[in-house]
Design a protein around this ligand. Structure first.
Ligand SMILES: [Zn+2]
Length: 456
Protein backbone atom coordinates (compact mmCIF):
# COMPACT_ATOMS: atom_id res chain seq x y z
CA UNK A 1 0.00 0.00 0.00
CA UNK A 2 2.76 2.39 1.02
CA UNK A 3 4.59 1.42 -2.12
CA UNK A 4 1.56 2.32 -4.13
CA UNK A 5 1.16 5.68 -2.30
CA UNK A 6 4.83 6.45 -2.84
CA UNK A 7 4.15 6.08 -6.51
CA UNK A 8 0.72 7.77 -6.64
CA UNK A 9 1.41 10.86 -4.50
CA UNK A 10 4.11 12.34 -6.72
CA UNK A 11 1.89 11.59 -9.69
CA UNK A 12 -1.00 13.48 -8.09
CA UNK A 13 1.33 16.41 -7.36
CA UNK A 14 2.60 16.29 -10.91
CA UNK A 15 -0.90 16.19 -12.38
CA UNK A 16 -2.23 18.95 -10.13
CA UNK A 17 0.77 21.14 -10.96
CA UNK A 18 0.08 20.51 -14.61
CA UNK A 19 -3.58 21.44 -14.09
CA UNK A 20 -2.61 24.60 -12.20
CA UNK A 21 -0.16 25.59 -14.92
CA UNK A 22 -2.82 24.88 -17.53
CA UNK A 23 -5.34 26.96 -15.58
CA UNK A 24 -3.04 29.83 -14.91
CA UNK A 25 -3.67 31.85 -18.05
CA UNK A 26 -5.18 35.28 -17.60
CA UNK A 27 -8.16 36.36 -19.73
CA UNK A 28 -7.41 38.31 -22.93
CA UNK A 29 -9.48 41.50 -23.18
CA UNK A 30 -10.02 43.68 -26.22
CA UNK A 31 -12.40 46.32 -27.52
CA UNK A 32 -13.46 45.35 -31.07
CA UNK A 33 -14.64 48.94 -31.67
CA UNK A 34 -12.16 51.48 -30.30
CA UNK A 35 -13.63 53.88 -27.75
CA UNK A 36 -12.10 57.37 -27.73
CA UNK A 37 -14.95 59.48 -26.43
CA UNK A 38 -17.70 58.95 -23.88
CA UNK A 39 -20.93 60.91 -24.11
CA UNK A 40 -24.45 60.53 -22.74
CA UNK A 41 -24.64 56.75 -23.18
CA UNK A 42 -21.81 55.52 -25.39
CA UNK A 43 -22.01 51.90 -26.51
CA UNK A 44 -18.98 49.84 -25.43
CA UNK A 45 -18.29 46.33 -26.61
CA UNK A 46 -15.79 44.15 -24.71
CA UNK A 47 -14.47 40.87 -26.04
CA UNK A 48 -12.93 38.47 -23.50
CA UNK A 49 -11.16 35.19 -24.28
CA UNK A 50 -10.22 32.60 -21.63
CA UNK A 51 -10.06 28.83 -22.09
CA UNK A 52 -11.68 28.35 -18.67
CA UNK A 53 -14.36 30.98 -18.94
CA UNK A 54 -14.52 34.18 -16.91
CA UNK A 55 -15.55 34.59 -13.29
CA UNK A 56 -16.02 38.34 -13.51
CA UNK A 57 -15.73 41.24 -15.95
CA UNK A 58 -16.20 44.85 -14.97
CA UNK A 59 -15.70 48.35 -16.36
CA UNK A 60 -14.94 51.60 -14.58
CA UNK A 61 -14.27 55.16 -15.67
CA UNK A 62 -11.51 57.00 -13.85
CA UNK A 63 -11.46 60.77 -13.79
CA UNK A 64 -9.72 63.34 -11.56
CA UNK A 65 -8.59 60.67 -9.08
CA UNK A 66 -12.06 59.10 -8.68
CA UNK A 67 -13.14 55.73 -10.05
CA UNK A 68 -16.77 55.17 -11.11
CA UNK A 69 -18.08 51.66 -11.74
CA UNK A 70 -20.05 51.68 -15.00
CA UNK A 71 -20.79 48.04 -15.62
CA UNK A 72 -20.37 44.57 -14.17
CA UNK A 73 -21.00 41.12 -15.60
CA UNK A 74 -24.00 39.54 -13.86
CA UNK A 75 -22.83 35.91 -13.55
CA UNK A 76 -19.73 33.84 -14.33
CA UNK A 77 -19.49 32.52 -17.86
CA UNK A 78 -18.16 29.13 -18.92
CA UNK A 79 -17.72 30.23 -22.54
CA UNK A 80 -14.15 30.32 -23.89
CA UNK A 81 -14.89 33.67 -25.45
CA UNK A 82 -17.68 36.13 -24.97
CA UNK A 83 -18.63 39.64 -26.05
CA UNK A 84 -20.28 41.95 -23.54
CA UNK A 85 -22.16 45.08 -24.56
CA UNK A 86 -23.04 47.95 -22.26
CA UNK A 87 -23.11 51.71 -22.28
CA UNK A 88 -20.97 54.19 -20.37
CA UNK A 89 -21.71 57.86 -20.00
CA UNK A 90 -23.14 60.80 -18.15
CA UNK A 91 -26.63 59.32 -18.14
CA UNK A 92 -25.59 56.62 -15.66
CA UNK A 93 -22.53 58.40 -14.18
CA UNK A 94 -23.59 62.05 -13.76
CA UNK A 95 -20.36 62.81 -11.84
CA UNK A 96 -18.37 62.74 -15.13
CA UNK A 97 -17.23 66.12 -16.43
CA UNK A 98 -16.16 67.23 -19.91
CA UNK A 99 -12.48 66.39 -20.35
CA UNK A 100 -9.98 63.57 -20.12
CA UNK A 101 -10.73 60.23 -18.42
CA UNK A 102 -9.76 56.56 -18.52
CA UNK A 103 -11.94 53.61 -19.38
CA UNK A 104 -10.72 50.55 -17.46
CA UNK A 105 -11.89 46.99 -18.08
CA UNK A 106 -10.89 44.12 -15.79
CA UNK A 107 -11.57 40.40 -16.16
CA UNK A 108 -10.87 37.44 -13.86
CA UNK A 109 -10.46 33.90 -15.13
CA UNK A 110 -12.57 30.99 -13.88
CA UNK A 111 -9.37 28.94 -13.95
CA UNK A 112 -8.00 27.62 -10.61
CA UNK A 113 -5.65 30.56 -9.98
CA UNK A 114 -8.30 33.22 -10.78
CA UNK A 115 -5.81 35.26 -12.73
CA UNK A 116 -6.91 38.76 -13.74
CA UNK A 117 -6.19 41.11 -16.64
CA UNK A 118 -6.84 44.78 -17.07
CA UNK A 119 -6.85 47.18 -20.00
CA UNK A 120 -6.96 50.97 -19.95
CA UNK A 121 -8.03 53.36 -22.70
CA UNK A 122 -7.66 57.14 -22.69
CA UNK A 123 -11.03 58.70 -23.49
CA UNK A 124 -12.53 62.17 -23.64
CA UNK A 125 -15.83 62.83 -21.92
CA UNK A 126 -18.07 64.95 -24.16
CA UNK A 127 -21.43 65.74 -22.63
CA UNK A 128 -22.78 68.06 -25.35
CA UNK A 129 -23.44 67.03 -28.95
CA UNK A 130 -21.80 69.22 -31.61
CA UNK A 131 -23.99 71.87 -33.22
CA UNK A 132 -23.90 72.93 -36.84
CA UNK A 133 -25.07 75.45 -39.34
CA UNK A 134 -25.30 74.70 -43.05
CA UNK A 135 -25.06 77.12 -45.98
CA UNK A 136 -28.30 78.45 -47.43
CA UNK A 137 -27.32 77.79 -51.05
CA UNK A 138 -29.70 75.97 -53.32
CA UNK A 139 -28.04 72.82 -54.59
CA UNK A 140 -29.12 71.51 -57.97
CA UNK A 141 -28.70 67.80 -58.30
CA UNK A 142 -29.40 65.05 -60.75
CA UNK A 143 -28.03 61.62 -61.48
CA UNK A 144 -24.25 61.45 -61.32
CA UNK A 145 -23.84 65.12 -60.45
CA UNK A 146 -21.55 66.58 -57.79
CA UNK A 147 -21.97 69.69 -55.70
CA UNK A 148 -20.37 71.49 -52.77
CA UNK A 149 -21.82 72.45 -49.40
CA UNK A 150 -20.21 74.63 -46.74
CA UNK A 151 -20.99 74.41 -43.03
CA UNK A 152 -19.80 75.14 -39.52
CA UNK A 153 -19.56 72.69 -36.67
CA UNK A 154 -19.03 73.81 -33.09
CA UNK A 155 -18.24 71.62 -30.13
CA UNK A 156 -16.04 68.54 -30.15
CA UNK A 157 -16.47 66.20 -33.12
CA UNK A 158 -14.51 63.26 -34.47
CA UNK A 159 -15.96 63.11 -37.98
CA UNK A 160 -18.05 65.30 -40.25
CA UNK A 161 -19.16 65.44 -43.85
CA UNK A 162 -22.12 64.88 -46.11
CA UNK A 163 -24.13 61.69 -46.16
CA UNK A 164 -26.17 60.74 -49.21
CA UNK A 165 -28.04 57.49 -48.59
CA UNK A 166 -25.40 54.99 -47.49
CA UNK A 167 -22.49 56.99 -48.94
CA UNK A 168 -20.50 59.50 -47.02
CA UNK A 169 -18.25 62.30 -48.25
CA UNK A 170 -15.50 63.80 -46.13
CA UNK A 171 -15.44 67.32 -44.75
CA UNK A 172 -12.38 69.51 -45.31
CA UNK A 173 -11.36 72.76 -43.64
CA UNK A 174 -12.08 75.75 -45.91
CA UNK A 175 -8.92 76.73 -47.80
CA UNK A 176 -6.85 79.76 -46.81
CA UNK A 177 -7.39 79.29 -43.09
CA UNK A 178 -10.97 80.61 -43.23
CA UNK A 179 -13.23 79.26 -40.48
CA UNK A 180 -15.64 76.53 -41.46
CA UNK A 181 -15.77 73.28 -43.38
CA UNK A 182 -16.94 72.07 -46.77
CA UNK A 183 -17.74 68.80 -48.49
CA UNK A 184 -17.84 67.87 -52.12
CA UNK A 185 -20.64 65.36 -52.47
CA UNK A 186 -22.45 63.58 -55.28
CA UNK A 187 -25.80 62.12 -56.12
CA UNK A 188 -24.68 58.70 -57.36
CA UNK A 189 -26.14 57.25 -60.56
CA UNK A 190 -27.96 54.54 -58.57
CA UNK A 191 -29.14 56.66 -55.62
CA UNK A 192 -32.91 56.38 -55.07
CA UNK A 193 -34.68 59.51 -56.28
CA UNK A 194 -35.59 61.95 -53.56
CA UNK A 195 -32.75 60.94 -51.20
CA UNK A 196 -31.89 64.10 -49.28
CA UNK A 197 -28.19 64.76 -48.64
CA UNK A 198 -27.44 65.45 -44.97
CA UNK A 199 -24.54 67.28 -43.39
CA UNK A 200 -23.43 65.29 -40.35
CA UNK A 201 -21.08 65.70 -37.42
CA UNK A 202 -20.36 63.00 -34.89
CA UNK A 203 -18.42 63.24 -31.65
CA UNK A 204 -17.92 59.48 -31.51
CA UNK A 205 -19.79 59.45 -28.19
CA UNK A 206 -23.11 58.45 -29.66
CA UNK A 207 -24.02 62.10 -30.24
CA UNK A 208 -24.64 62.65 -33.96
CA UNK A 209 -26.16 65.76 -35.44
CA UNK A 210 -27.45 66.00 -38.98
CA UNK A 211 -28.89 68.80 -41.01
CA UNK A 212 -30.49 68.47 -44.45
CA UNK A 213 -29.04 70.35 -47.44
CA UNK A 214 -31.50 72.37 -49.52
CA UNK A 215 -31.55 70.50 -52.81
CA UNK A 216 -33.53 71.04 -55.96
CA UNK A 217 -34.08 68.03 -58.14
CA UNK A 218 -35.29 68.64 -61.70
CA UNK A 219 -39.10 68.95 -61.76
CA UNK A 220 -39.46 66.32 -64.41
CA UNK A 221 -38.54 62.74 -63.70
CA UNK A 222 -34.78 62.28 -63.67
CA UNK A 223 -33.53 61.46 -67.16
CA UNK A 224 -33.05 57.74 -67.25
CA UNK A 225 -29.90 56.42 -68.76
CA UNK A 226 -30.01 55.24 -72.34
CA UNK A 227 -30.12 51.54 -73.00
CA UNK A 228 -27.76 50.03 -75.57
CA UNK A 229 -27.49 46.53 -76.91
CA UNK A 230 -23.84 45.62 -77.21
CA UNK A 231 -23.26 42.73 -79.62
CA UNK A 232 -20.61 40.42 -78.19
CA UNK A 233 -18.86 38.84 -81.17
CA UNK A 234 -16.96 35.57 -80.96
CA UNK A 235 -13.73 37.51 -81.53
CA UNK A 236 -14.49 40.03 -78.74
CA UNK A 237 -15.31 37.26 -76.29
CA UNK A 238 -12.12 35.35 -77.18
CA UNK A 239 -10.06 38.52 -76.83
CA UNK A 240 -11.50 39.49 -73.42
CA UNK A 241 -11.41 35.99 -71.90
CA UNK A 242 -7.95 35.24 -73.34
CA UNK A 243 -6.54 38.46 -71.93
CA UNK A 244 -8.29 38.68 -68.55
CA UNK A 245 -8.96 35.06 -67.57
CA UNK A 246 -6.44 32.95 -69.53
CA UNK A 247 -6.41 30.03 -67.07
CA UNK A 248 -10.03 30.12 -65.91
CA UNK A 249 -12.44 27.23 -65.93
CA UNK A 250 -15.93 26.94 -67.39
CA UNK A 251 -17.34 27.78 -70.79
CA UNK A 252 -16.54 31.04 -72.57
CA UNK A 253 -19.86 32.75 -71.76
CA UNK A 254 -19.54 31.94 -68.04
CA UNK A 255 -15.99 33.26 -67.98
CA UNK A 256 -16.92 36.40 -69.92
CA UNK A 257 -19.84 37.15 -67.57
CA UNK A 258 -17.65 36.47 -64.54
CA UNK A 259 -15.09 39.01 -65.82
CA UNK A 260 -17.86 41.52 -66.55
CA UNK A 261 -19.45 41.20 -63.10
CA UNK A 262 -16.97 39.99 -60.47
CA UNK A 263 -13.80 41.47 -61.96
CA UNK A 264 -15.64 44.75 -62.69
CA UNK A 265 -16.79 44.91 -59.08
CA UNK A 266 -13.33 44.20 -57.72
CA UNK A 267 -11.72 46.74 -60.12
CA UNK A 268 -14.25 49.39 -59.06
CA UNK A 269 -13.42 48.69 -55.42
CA UNK A 270 -9.72 49.24 -56.19
CA UNK A 271 -10.60 52.54 -57.88
CA UNK A 272 -12.84 53.58 -55.00
CA UNK A 273 -10.12 52.84 -52.42
CA UNK A 274 -7.84 55.35 -54.17
CA UNK A 275 -9.91 58.09 -52.51
CA UNK A 276 -7.55 57.88 -49.57
CA UNK A 277 -4.65 58.90 -51.84
CA UNK A 278 -5.77 62.47 -52.20
CA UNK A 279 -4.35 65.94 -51.59
CA UNK A 280 -5.93 68.24 -48.99
CA UNK A 281 -6.18 71.04 -51.58
CA UNK A 282 -7.09 71.39 -55.26
CA UNK A 283 -4.12 70.60 -57.49
CA UNK A 284 -5.69 72.39 -60.50
CA UNK A 285 -6.52 75.99 -61.37
CA UNK A 286 -8.42 75.55 -64.63
CA UNK A 287 -11.39 73.68 -66.04
CA UNK A 288 -11.07 69.96 -66.73
CA UNK A 289 -10.48 69.34 -70.41
CA UNK A 290 -12.00 66.65 -72.53
CA UNK A 291 -9.64 64.66 -74.77
CA UNK A 292 -9.28 66.95 -77.85
CA UNK A 293 -11.05 65.96 -81.10
CA UNK A 294 -12.66 62.97 -79.45
CA UNK A 295 -16.00 61.39 -80.29
CA UNK A 296 -18.10 60.09 -77.41
CA UNK A 297 -19.13 56.54 -78.25
CA UNK A 298 -20.70 55.89 -74.86
CA UNK A 299 -21.89 58.24 -72.13
CA UNK A 300 -22.10 58.19 -68.36
CA UNK A 301 -24.54 55.67 -66.85
CA UNK A 302 -25.51 54.09 -70.18
CA UNK A 303 -27.19 50.79 -69.50
CA UNK A 304 -25.61 48.04 -71.59
CA UNK A 305 -27.19 44.77 -72.56
CA UNK A 306 -24.56 42.26 -73.63
CA UNK A 307 -25.99 40.20 -76.52
CA UNK A 308 -24.24 37.01 -77.58
CA UNK A 309 -25.65 34.88 -80.41
CA UNK A 310 -28.96 36.69 -80.13
CA UNK A 311 -29.26 36.11 -76.38
CA UNK A 312 -28.80 38.62 -73.57
CA UNK A 313 -26.03 37.24 -71.35
CA UNK A 314 -25.38 40.22 -69.06
CA UNK A 315 -26.26 43.81 -68.19
CA UNK A 316 -23.97 46.50 -66.75
CA UNK A 317 -23.98 50.25 -66.24
CA UNK A 318 -21.18 52.11 -68.01
CA UNK A 319 -19.80 54.71 -65.59
CA UNK A 320 -17.76 56.89 -67.89
CA UNK A 321 -17.31 58.24 -71.42
CA UNK A 322 -15.78 56.20 -74.22
CA UNK A 323 -13.77 58.74 -76.19
CA UNK A 324 -12.41 57.71 -79.57
CA UNK A 325 -9.95 59.68 -81.67
CA UNK A 326 -7.52 57.63 -83.74
CA UNK A 327 -5.49 54.56 -82.89
CA UNK A 328 -2.73 55.12 -80.34
CA UNK A 329 -3.55 58.78 -79.82
CA UNK A 330 -1.68 60.52 -76.99
CA UNK A 331 -3.88 60.40 -73.88
CA UNK A 332 -3.93 63.85 -72.29
CA UNK A 333 -4.32 64.62 -68.58
CA UNK A 334 -7.70 66.29 -68.09
CA UNK A 335 -6.22 68.60 -65.50
CA UNK A 336 -3.20 69.17 -63.26
CA UNK A 337 -2.89 66.34 -60.78
CA UNK A 338 -0.84 63.57 -59.27
CA UNK A 339 -0.68 60.00 -60.59
CA UNK A 340 -2.09 57.65 -57.96
CA UNK A 341 -2.40 54.58 -60.23
CA UNK A 342 -0.47 53.68 -63.39
CA UNK A 343 -0.79 49.94 -63.98
CA UNK A 344 -3.07 47.28 -65.47
CA UNK A 345 -6.46 47.10 -63.75
CA UNK A 346 -8.60 44.21 -65.04
CA UNK A 347 -11.43 45.32 -67.32
CA UNK A 348 -9.95 48.84 -67.49
CA UNK A 349 -6.76 47.45 -69.06
CA UNK A 350 -3.70 49.68 -68.66
CA UNK A 351 -5.13 52.38 -66.48
CA UNK A 352 -4.11 55.75 -65.06
CA UNK A 353 -5.81 57.49 -62.15
CA UNK A 354 -5.01 61.13 -61.40
CA UNK A 355 -5.79 62.78 -58.11
CA UNK A 356 -6.86 66.42 -58.28
CA UNK A 357 -7.38 66.96 -54.53
CA UNK A 358 -10.28 66.73 -52.07
CA UNK A 359 -11.13 63.20 -53.28
CA UNK A 360 -11.69 64.29 -56.91
CA UNK A 361 -9.99 61.94 -59.39
CA UNK A 362 -9.95 61.19 -63.13
CA UNK A 363 -9.60 57.71 -64.66
CA UNK A 364 -8.18 56.75 -68.08
CA UNK A 365 -8.62 53.15 -69.26
CA UNK A 366 -7.72 50.72 -72.11
CA UNK A 367 -4.34 52.36 -72.84
CA UNK A 368 -1.80 50.57 -75.04
CA UNK A 369 1.08 52.22 -73.27
CA UNK A 370 1.64 54.22 -70.06
CA UNK A 371 4.44 56.78 -69.81
CA UNK A 372 3.89 58.07 -66.24
CA UNK A 373 4.49 56.57 -62.82
CA UNK A 374 2.65 56.60 -59.54
CA UNK A 375 3.60 59.77 -57.68
CA UNK A 376 4.32 61.86 -60.81
CA UNK A 377 2.81 65.33 -60.99
CA UNK A 378 1.25 65.94 -64.42
CA UNK A 379 0.04 69.09 -66.15
CA UNK A 380 -3.29 69.67 -67.87
CA UNK A 381 -2.96 68.44 -71.48
CA UNK A 382 0.22 66.46 -70.79
CA UNK A 383 0.42 63.25 -72.82
CA UNK A 384 0.57 60.34 -70.34
CA UNK A 385 0.70 57.45 -72.83
CA UNK A 386 -1.24 56.11 -75.83
CA UNK A 387 -4.80 54.95 -76.24
CA UNK A 388 -5.45 51.32 -77.02
CA UNK A 389 -7.82 48.44 -76.40
CA UNK A 390 -6.41 46.65 -73.36
CA UNK A 391 -8.92 45.19 -70.89
CA UNK A 392 -12.58 44.93 -71.86
CA UNK A 393 -12.41 46.97 -75.05
CA UNK A 394 -13.31 45.89 -78.55
CA UNK A 395 -11.67 48.86 -80.28
CA UNK A 396 -9.13 51.62 -79.65
CA UNK A 397 -10.60 54.30 -77.35
CA UNK A 398 -10.10 56.04 -74.02
CA UNK A 399 -12.45 55.12 -71.20
CA UNK A 400 -12.60 58.43 -69.33
CA UNK A 401 -14.28 58.54 -65.93
CA UNK A 402 -14.29 60.63 -62.81
CA UNK A 403 -14.82 59.80 -59.16
CA UNK A 404 -15.47 61.78 -56.02
CA UNK A 405 -14.58 60.19 -52.71
CA UNK A 406 -14.68 56.85 -54.49
CA UNK A 407 -18.12 57.34 -56.10
CA UNK A 408 -18.08 57.53 -59.91
CA UNK A 409 -19.67 60.73 -61.18
CA UNK A 410 -20.55 62.33 -64.52
CA UNK A 411 -17.53 64.37 -65.69
CA UNK A 412 -19.52 66.71 -67.93
CA UNK A 413 -20.03 69.57 -65.44
CA UNK A 414 -16.30 69.55 -64.74
CA UNK A 415 -15.70 70.33 -68.43
CA UNK A 416 -17.70 73.57 -67.95
CA UNK A 417 -15.72 76.48 -66.41
CA UNK A 418 -18.88 78.40 -65.48
CA UNK A 419 -20.29 75.44 -63.60
CA UNK A 420 -17.01 74.91 -61.73
CA UNK A 421 -16.90 78.58 -60.80
CA UNK A 422 -20.53 78.83 -59.66
CA UNK A 423 -20.80 75.52 -57.85
CA UNK A 424 -17.32 74.85 -56.55
CA UNK A 425 -14.66 77.54 -56.54
CA UNK A 426 -16.85 80.54 -55.68
CA UNK A 427 -18.31 78.78 -52.66
CA UNK A 428 -14.92 78.07 -51.10
CA UNK A 429 -13.05 81.00 -52.65
CA UNK A 430 -10.52 78.57 -54.09
CA UNK A 431 -8.78 81.02 -56.39
CA UNK A 432 -9.27 79.40 -59.80
CA UNK A 433 -8.46 81.11 -63.06
CA UNK A 434 -11.56 83.13 -63.99
CA UNK A 435 -13.91 81.26 -66.31
CA UNK A 436 -13.54 83.92 -69.02
CA UNK A 437 -9.83 83.17 -69.35
CA UNK A 438 -10.52 79.79 -70.80
CA UNK A 439 -11.82 79.11 -74.30
CA UNK A 440 -15.04 77.32 -73.56
CA UNK A 441 -17.98 75.60 -75.10
CA UNK A 442 -20.60 77.73 -73.29
CA UNK A 443 -18.94 80.85 -74.79
CA UNK A 444 -19.36 79.38 -78.25
CA UNK A 445 -22.90 78.44 -77.41
CA UNK A 446 -23.70 82.07 -76.69
CA UNK A 447 -22.83 83.00 -80.25
CA UNK A 448 -25.32 80.54 -81.64
CA UNK A 449 -28.53 82.66 -81.45
CA UNK A 450 -27.05 84.97 -84.13
CA UNK A 451 -26.77 82.04 -86.51
CA UNK A 452 -30.28 80.83 -85.88
CA UNK A 453 -31.58 84.30 -86.57
CA UNK A 454 -29.91 84.23 -89.96
CA UNK A 455 -31.63 80.97 -90.73
CA UNK A 456 -35.03 82.54 -90.40
ZN1 LIG B 1 -15.82 52.61 -71.34
Amino acid sequence: MRKVLRFVLPLVTLVSTAILVGCSSAPAIDLPTPVTTIGQATPVSVHVTDPHGVRSVSATVEQNGASYPVWQMSQPSKAKEATFNFTAGVKTTPQLKDGKAKLVVEATSSGMLHKSSRIERDVTVVTQPPTMSVDSEQHYLYIGMADLATFNVSGAYTSAGVRVGDQSYRAWPLPGGKPGLFSLFAFAWNMPQGTIPLVFASNGAGNDVTSPITVIFPKKEQPHYTVHDLQVSEAFMQKVVGELDPNGSGDMVTRFVRINTEMRKSNNKTLSDLRFKTADHFLFTQTFQRQPHSQAEANFADLRNYIYQGKKIDQQVHLGYDLAVTQHVGVEASNDGRVVWAAPLGIYGNCIVLDHGYGLQTIYGHMSHIDVHEGDLVKRGQVMGQSGMTGMAGGDHIHFAMQLDGVQIDPKEWWDPHWIQDHITKRIDAGMAPASDVATKPAQRRRRPAKSRRRR
